[in-house]
Design a protein around this ligand. Structure first.
Ligand code: COA
Length: 254
């Protein structure tokens, strides 16, 4: 699977989203590859840290819209939901390196990462309403918690993007650096983490997230069931068809 590059070195597993011609949008096969890699990294005691990175120009345009229409995720076993469960329950530290657009799951997966380094070109967005669907990856729970309700409402109800500076100010990301330096910084920080006592890292991450795990799992399933249903409804059909036809959607009837 070359759309997801997987590198294992020095106790660090690095997943690189590598489909730049389609803006690193995720197909079902890519979700499966990432879920498999996370499950293996979780089980392998030699892996201490995971790094998730994209390209200097784009992190991810979210779900591949054509693939979503072809293989809609109608059950909780769908690859996209398997990936969400794998990243949200991953017990070891996850370092993310984000440059350029981070759309939909490109942003919501970050709620489940620990250290997030962003290029000054990073643009985060969760345009689910604009696509006639609902939030996913427990973002309806975690965005208001992490960003405050007012900011989350702009991001989730209006689907408005926000830039790296705003994300830093809200505490969503750890640091901003020039795009060309983001992946290297993520690796350096991952190396620092990998040199620390593994059990301390595991306990610290677990304690920081304590009380959230079952709420997150429950919300994720509720969102997933609704998301799967909404995908086949007219508003989503119109939004997705409009994207494929490179025109503005017309929601006047929905
Ligand atoms: N699914 C499928 N293909 C996608 C895609 C997606 N989510 N995002 C981009 N692409 C494709 C485009 O169709 C285009 O393909 P083509 O060259 O065969 O025509 C190619 O990637 C380049 O995209 P383009 O829109 O021309 O790039 P841009 O730099 O002008 O804009 C984005 C980048 C990410 C802002 C824009 O592509 C975008 O908004 N994508 C959709 C995001 C989205 O709604 N995701 C779903 C979230 S659930």
């Amino acid at each position: 699977m070359t759309d997801i590059l997987i590198d294992h070195s020095a106790s660090i597993t690095t997943l690189t989203i590598n489909r730049v011609d389609k803006k690193n949008s995720f197909t079902a096969a890519m979700y499966s590859a990432m879920a498999d890699a996370l499950e293996q990294a979780q089980a392998d005691a030699a892996v201490r840290v995971v790094v998730l990175q994209g390209h200097e120009t784009v992190f991810s345009a979210g779900n591949d819209i054509a693939d979503f229409l072809k293989i809609p995720p109608t059950s909780l076993d769908a690859p996209v939901f398997r990936f969400m469960r794998a990243i949200s329950t991953f017990s070891k530290p996850v370092v993310a390196a984000v440059c350029g657009p981070a759309v939909g799951i490109g942003t919501t997966l970050l709620f489940h990462c620990d250290l997030i380094y962003a290029g000054d070109n990073a643009a985060f967005s969760m345009p689910f309403v604009n696509l006639g669907v609902c939030p996913e990856a427990a973002s309806s729970l975690l965005a208001p918690q992490r960003m405050g309700y007012g900011r989350a409402a702009e991001a989730l109800l209006l689907g408005e993007p926000f830039m790296a500076e705003a994300a830093l100010e809200m505490g969503l990301i750890s640091r901003i650096v020039p795009p060309a330096e983001v992946n290297a910084l993520a690796q350096r920080q991952a190396q620092k983490l990998a040199a620390k006592p593994g059990s301390s890292l595991l306990h610290t991450k677990r304690l920081m997230k304590q009380g959230q795990a079952s709420l997150v799992a429950q919300r994720m399933d509720e969102e997933a069931t609704l998301f799967g249903r909404m995908l086949s409804e007219p508003a989503a059909r119109e939004a997705f068809t409009a994207f494929m036809e490179k025109r503005k959607p017309d929601f006047s009837k929905f």
